[in-house]
Design a protein around this ligand. Sequence first.
Ligand code: MN
Length: 398
Amino acid sequence: MIDETHDPARRSWVESANRPGCDFPIQNLPLGVFTPPGSATARIGVAIGEAILDVSDWLPGDQLNAYMALSSADRADFRRHCVRRLEAGAKPCALYSQTECRLHRPVTIGDYTDFYASIDHATNVGKLFRPENPLLPNYKHVPIAYHGRASSIVVSGTPVKRPQGQLGEGRFGPTQELDYEVEVGFFVGPGNALGEPIAIAKARSHIAGVCLVNDWSARDIQRWEYQPLGPFLAKNFATSISPWVVTAEALAPFWTEPPPHDVPILPYLREPVPGALDLTVEVWFRTAAMTEPIRLSHAAFKDMYWTAGQMIAHHTVNGCPLQPGDLIASGTVSGPQPDNRGCLLELTAKGAEPLRLPTGETRTFLHDGDEVILTGYCERPGWVRIGLGHCRGTIRPQ
Ligand code: MN
């Protein structure tokens, strides 16, 4: 619901929050978990500009699960409380500098599910393996997903060790085809009881917030292992998430109509409200020899074939319970153009067309020392831009 907290005229007494292009203006107020310098105690904070407001007096503990279990009315109350403390004219209080604090994985993630909701990604990848029949016949009818592994989800900045595994018959060693995937993650709010599906009309109210997700993938391991049950060790060695959870309340002005479907879908998937999120994601990349990262791709999240609400309704239609803090990732966010491709598998056509970098280096897949940086932001005329921050990861050798 849009309310006075989204007022684009509102400013903060924190000057860095008022700068154009800032990810964390007072209209955003994402939550995270941090340890201040000199302290051993992690606590919950709200990002404002380049600073952090300690909110442990309102939200005790060192994970956001209890916050995510709140009703959307209670989450909106908390947002108004933060606005009152941080808006221009309020009495300034002590803040921490983000660069001086350690940021932690903000949520105890019980379960993690990864969807495959971009029809452009599904088509591009399908073309590489089945040029005559890129999109499988079920794609437009059933949201495709697999159950991921929560234990290897790490916060941005955590190094990613190149995994080893089976690369084919009798072949074992470090993956030679390490890839990233840019995705958007949804944290589940209140959730549902075993046996009780979440109706599509209520699905949106079960989203507590969003983050950026890098679903690191070992393509050679994946190719050898994925039939007939899907990804396993090619995916579950590491998944990176951004540290700041942008709340469902902050996203309220940015919901929009998804692209039309050309085949009818079942009634339980028909969403009565505009279910797409007007969010741009970008992938930036830096080798050890590069001083500055370059942008590899950008894509519009609103063009995904399945919406977050449809993912939640589908995930629970059989009675599967979702719990506060569960992570639902969208699948690789790609678009129709070459610079919309959200992973190296697509960008390099399975390694056939190497990327040429400004240093003269080339890449088909990731080398040790390479860094991948995901960013994302919601931007729309009439509203203040809100950012998702960064999700970074550097590859370490096996
Ligand atoms: Mn994925």
